[in-house]
Design a protein around this ligand. Structure first.
Ligand SMILES: [Zn+2]
Length: 226
């Protein structure tokens, strides 16, 4: 069956996805293809640091720009992967709610031509983040290479570009995602390490993920090698 959604998940080089995050993605209610990239991260040289110090208005600003640039760099490596009608931008740190929502998101796109992106927000925020966002592939490609623009994050940049085309970004209000960064600020549990070498197409095969969950439940860390 043709997949309707291409899930794109960038992974920090040398980092992992935990089983719980994978399980919630597998529980989604439309066929999808899962693309993951744990390849090189953006290198920020001392020359870059000097330039940023001149551009940014504070040390905090420097960090935010660096973070946004890293996210944009990593997402751009995956940007053109897949050919399904929808793209879902995922994040290793974002645990989706138990009940699936892909189908209802797609229905919303079908009903609303002016909908540009729909997504979940984390915790208290009402920011549709690029770690849980669905778009039509055509709109996503129209945005072009992603940027961590000046004072804003990649999500805000995408929102700005979509708005230029009169497309709206709408948060899902009924349910929220959980950002695991705060939960695991002291470090992730000592789960079993599973290694997977993806082929050049960056696909994480569903069968492999299902087998891994069968073997370990959700208590594993999946290290992806590109
Ligand atoms: Zn953001």
């Amino acid at each position: 069956m043709d997949t309707q959604v291409d899930i794109q998940m960038p992974i920090k080089a040398g980092s992992f996805i935990i089983g719980d995050v994978i399980q919630r993605l597998l529980a989604q209610d439309v066929p999808f293809t899962f693309y993951a990239d744990a390849g090189e991260d953006l290198e920020i040289s001392s020359d870059h640091e000097d330039l940023l110090a001149l551009v940014a208005t504070s040390a905090r600003d420097v960090n935010r720009i660096k973070q946004a640039a890293r996210v944009a760099f990593k997402r751009n490596r995956l940007r053109t992967r897949g050919d399904s009608p929808y793209v879902y931008l995922a994040d290793t740190d974002v645990l989706l709610p138990e009940s699936p929502f892909f189908r209802s998101m797609i229905r919303a796109f079908e009903r609303n031509p002016q909908l540009g992106a729909a997504g979940l927000c984390y915790q208290e925020s009402d920011h549709v983040a690029s770690g849980s966002m669905m778009l039509r592939r055509a709109d996503f490609i129209d945005i072009g290479e992603l940027r961590g623009a000046g004072k804003s994050c990649v999500c805000t940049y995408m929102q700005m570009k979509l708005q230029e085309s009169s497309l709206a970004v709408v948060p899902l209000t009924k349910t929220r995602a959980r950002h695991l960064k705060s939960q695991y600020s002291e470090g992730y549990p000592e789960y079993e390490a599973v290694q997977y070498q993806v082929s050049s197409d960056s696909v994480l095969p569903r069968r492999f993920l299902e087998n891994t969950i069968e073997e370990y439940g959700t208590r594993f860390k999946l290290f992806v090698h590109n």
